[in-house]
Design a protein around this ligand. Structure first.
Ligand code: FAD
Length: 433
């Protein structure tokens, strides 16, 4: 039996972030990951000289970026150019991303151009919190007149959030995410695995004990207090605080009698979002200008990550395509749609192909801020003292990896605040730990 102050279940980005904050606060901390390697969905697999992320990954200049900078991570990589194209009726057209492309694009009428220019000027000042309680569809239909400007906004906002559910998705969070995308995103050299490795090093330096290949099978509690974590191999870890970063359904399974706690509501209200991802490694690009493409009438997206980051040891081109999935998922059809998009964007790509990776249905998020949500989950499980949830789905309006880091920080903040060692100042989690 190990005795710890904090046990973190899951070694993805939320788990590593929580472990670092707990370690920094001087807590005896252990992190338990079931896979052989850390990183979760932020993992990178190196194959034949190519660094394959699990689908295209961009770091927005938001909570995660700021948190990792605060940890001292180097985050080597670069910002990609935003010169973009849109696919409309099976043709590639220049997408307006600035004044030059706005003037030349054949996608928009003169009226559309004037409306789009207005948005370019005012978007940065938009009070996004005013739209936290309305759906993205209501926001777009209520605020944008021109039909093609609407199409472009649907596509840009879907890509910024990875979610294709405009009737369900709350507008405010995705508008905030898009605002941060406008500040530029970062593509990381050697993929997100390099960031995960930097996080691992920080955690280790702080004395966090890291166990991999160890699956947690139960989180025991009695008399309303968390007691210990039980691993599949029989290891028991007694812990005052347990931060769980698994998906909500797994958290529900791990906690006996979870149906009598808030975990049940969090699991029931969760809406999972998945995507189909095709990454291709090409010797050269048949169309070198077409590296960043949004589907306007199809939910697809392509970005050449190697235009900004080192993704292949021999400088081959590594292109990530994504199809955003709604309720219908058909691995063959999705692959066909992605290859069709690639035929349009990089005709002749098959003769340049060196390697590829296809992920037919990967969860991008296990939940997000949507109109059917009854409560924001976490950080604490109110019925069980010492038990916390973190992870990308434990979002309080943040999206994707920003939700992973923000929720991890909230969990540790809660631990410290309830020990009376730190003061809570509203929801401003950044200044607390
Ligand atoms: C295709 C794709 C593209 C994406 N692109 C972006 C992007 O461009 N920008 C962005 O910000 N975000 C992006 N994301 C989202 C980002 O990858 C996730 O938000 C983030 O990695 C989630 O981290 P997490 O720690 O919350 O969850 P996970 O990474 O899922 O970590 C959970 C960990 O818990 C472990 N675990 C589960 N059960 C147990 C158990 N019983 N015992 C022990 N361990 C357990 C798992 O093995 C896993 O390692 C993308 C995601 C996908 C899938």
């Amino acid at each position: 039996m190990l005795k710890m102050d904090v046990a973190v279940v899951g070694g993805g980005i939320a788990g590593l972030t929580a472990a670092i904050y707990a370690g920094r606060a001087g807590k005896r901390t252990i992190l338990i990951e079931k896979q052989e390697r850390l990183g979760g969905r932020g993992m990178t697999n190196k194959k034949n000289g190519t660094y394959f992320n699990l689908g295209g990954h961009a770091l927005y200049q938001s909570d995660a970026y700021e948190t990792f900078r605060e940890f001292g991570l180097r985050l080597q990589g670069n910002q990609p150019s935003i010169d973009a194209f849109g696919i409309w009726k099976d043709k590639l057209q220049v997408l307006p991303t600035g004044i030059g492309s706005l003037m030349t694009t054949p996608l928009l009428s003169w009226r559309g151009k004037v409306e789009f220019a207005g948005w370019l000027a005012k978007f940065g000042k938009l009070d996004t919190h005013a739209y936290d309680k309305i759906s993205l569809r209501d926001w777009i239909e209520g605020h944008i007149q021109d039909p093609m400007v609407r199409h472009i906004f649907y596509s840009l906002l879907r890509t910024a959030s990875y979610v294709m559910a405009p009737d369900l998705q709350a507008a405010g969070p995705v508008l905030r995410q898009f605002k941060s995308a406008l500040r530029g995103v970062l593509y990381l050299d050697r993929g997100w695995g390099s960031m995960v490795e930097e996080l691992r090093q920080v955690a280790s330096k702080l004395g966090v004990q890291i166990i991999t290949k160890s699956k947690v099978v139960s989180i025991e509690h009695s008399e309303g207090i968390v007691r210990h974590v039980l691993c599949e191999d029989g290891t028991k870890i007694e812990a005052t605080h347990v931060i769980v970063t698994t998906p909500p359904a797994v958290l529900h399974q791990l906690v006996p009698r979870a149906e009598a706690t808030a975990i049940h509501t969090w699991k029931e209200q969760a809406i999972e979002v998945t995507g189909a991802c095709l990454d291709v490694v090409l010797r050269r690009l048949p169309k070198p200008k077409q590296q960043f493409v949004y589907g306007l009438d199809h939910p697809v997206f392509l970005s050449n990550h190697s235009r900004a980051a080192l993704m292949n040891e021999d400088n081959a081109q590594v292109l990530s395509l994504m199809k955003y999935q709604g309720k219908e998922k058909d691995a063959k059809k999705d692959l066909h749609d992605l290859e069709h998009a690639l035929d349009l964007i990089q005709p002749g790509w098959r003769s340049e192909l060196i390697d590829k990776q296809y992920l037919p249905k990967i969860p991008v998020c296990y939940d997000f801020a949507h109109m059917k949500r009854q409560v924001d989950p976490g950080p604490a499980v109110p019925e069980i003292k010492g038990l916390y949830a973190a992870g990308e789905w434990v979002s309080h309006g943040e999206l994707l990896v920003d939700a992973a880091t923000a929720s991890a920080k909230r969990a540790v903040q809660h631990i410290l605040a309830h020990e009376g060692t730190e003061r809570v100042q509203g929801d401003n989690h950044r200044n607390i730990v």
